[in-house]
Ligand binder design. Structure first.
Ligand SMILES: C[S@@+](CC[C@H](N)C(=O)[O-])C[C@H]1O[C@@H](n2cnc3c(N)ncnc32)[C@H](O)[C@@H]1O
Ligand code: SF4
Length: 405
């Protein structure tokens, strides 16, 4: 289970935001995230806020859309003066596609009615490969979804087994083809690398399958061993080895080589896209200081430098909403220094890089050293930006630490 959320300051019962946060809301881009906290079973590595049957969510998936719509009504009240348009929607989880497409469509229609969806809005949902069918994919398209993100993870049966995945090795690729046939213009596959027992050849085969699936976006993440998960317990007992940093670096280089050769360019350290239009605009909004409202238990939101997070348990979330209260558990007003630090942390991971003007004198001196060490691109620096080189991407956390005061 995930660790406790930070305490933060209390959220007023009506969820009201300070006037300073509301000023300019919508001018920085506005997104809506919808968390769906249900899965058919829990994967041993995952610590997301999600509940399998028998885990005690205390909320019936059949009534879940109504809860989200109740929080949406609160969001509209809090943001009564704006924004007047939603640029991106991202339905994540959990496994959103455990809910019927009509229910997800009802949430989407609610968002449109409350705020207005931009004509060119990006509307994404996550999906487990085994949780979609050609018919459900067509229904999701008809409901207004424009992009789908499928959790492929690997094509090696023994890797899928260590990860407790329920789909067969070929299912993700088949689901991607079905999504395209259903009319999805943008399809992502998520890969995980560095799982115990995964060989270089296993990952190469997973990358090849992702490329052959003809998708326009791939996310590849190193396996993170999260405290409190079954995977962490198995490693502690010595049943499985811990991931190795050198192996993870080799896998990352393989991803860059294969995806790059297939015409996909990195635009964030763990994300590759075939075209500019294929980049996930919702995630870019997170990474560039946009505003978003996160609906659902445990969801985080950010508007104008105020960040808040909802109570995590679905039953507690439902209880707050039924009592007419905000489900917000705590919030913090970011100081200018915190906002700068976050900007460095997030923007440095982007291929567009970080404006050097964000850095203080010490940070700019560190950037010069990082160029000399081959971690930042000298041409980017000359153009006024800190842009990671391939070697810098492998050491992104260390470079970030050097650039910060
Ligand atoms: C939370 S899942 C939601 C999507 C869907 N339920 C699925 O698993 O296919 C989103 C992605 O997070 C990634 N993820 C979750 N836990 C992770 C971990 N411990 N290490 C690396 N990636 C992880 C997986 O790649 C997964 O596809
Ligand atoms: S299906 Fe996705 S969200 Fe659910 S437990 Fe597995 S990784 Fe986590």
């Amino acid at each position: 289970m995930p660790g406790p959320l930070p305490a933060g300051d209390p959220v007023p019962p009506g969820g009201e935001l300070p006037a300073a946060a509301l000023a300019g809301a919508g001018t920085r881009g506005f997104g809506v995230y919808v968390h769906v906290p249900f899965c058919a079973s829990r994967c041993g590595y995952c610590d997301f806020n999600t509940y399998a049957p028998g885990d005690g969510a205390g909320v019936d998936p059949a009534g879940y859309a109504d809860l989200v719509l109740a929080e949406l009504a609160l969001a509209r009240r809090v943001l009564s003066a704006g924004p007047s348009r939603v640029d991106t929607v991202f339905v994540g989880g959990g496994t959103p596609t455990l809910l019927p497409p009509a229910e997800l469509g009802r949430v989407l229609a609610g968002i449109d009615a409350a705020f207005g969806l931009a004509g060119d809005a990006e509307v994404s949902t996550e999906a487990n490969p085994e949780s979609v069918t050609p018919a459900s994919l067509r229904a999701l398209r008809a409901a207004g979804f424009t992009r789908i993100s499928l959790g492929m993870q690997s094509t090696a049966p023994h890797v899928l087994a260590v990860l407790d995945r329920r789909h067969t090795p070929g299912r993700a690729r088949a689901a991607a083809a079905q999504a395209r046939d259903a009319g999805f213009g943008h399809v992502n596959l998520d890969l995980i690398y560095g799982t115990p027992g995964e060989s270089a050849a296993d990952f190469a085969a997973s990358l090849a399958a992702a490329v052959e699936a003809g998708v326009d976006h791939v996310s590849a993440y190193a396996l993170i061993v999260e405290d409190g998960t079954r995977l962490a317990a198995r490693m502690r007992r010595g049943e499985l080895p811990y991931p190795d940093d050198d192996v993870a670096a080799d896998r990352y280089l393989a991803a860059e080589a294969v995806l790059g050769a297939a015409g996909m360019g990195w635009y964030e350290v763990s994300n590759w896209a075939a075209t500019e239009a294929a980049r996930c605009r919702h995630n870019l909004l997170y990474w560039t200081g946009g505003d978003w409202w996160g609906l659902g238990p445990g969801a985080h939101s950010h508007v104008g430098g105020v960040r808040w997070w909802n109570v995590r348990h679905p039953a507690a979330y439902a209880g707050r909403l039924r009592a007419g209260h905000s489900p917000g558990q705590g919030r913090e007003v970011l100081t200018p220094q915190q906002r700068r630090t976050e900007d460095v942390l997030l923007r440095l991971r982007l291929a567009d890089g970080l404006p050097l003007s964000t850095l203080d004198d010490g940070g700019r001196a560190a950037a010069v050293r990082a160029c000399t060490d081959g971690l930042l691109d000298p041409a980017g620096y000359a153009g006024g930006r800190a842009v990671l080189t391939l070697r810098g991407r492998l050491l992104a956390d260390a470079v970030t630490r050097d650039l910060l005061p």
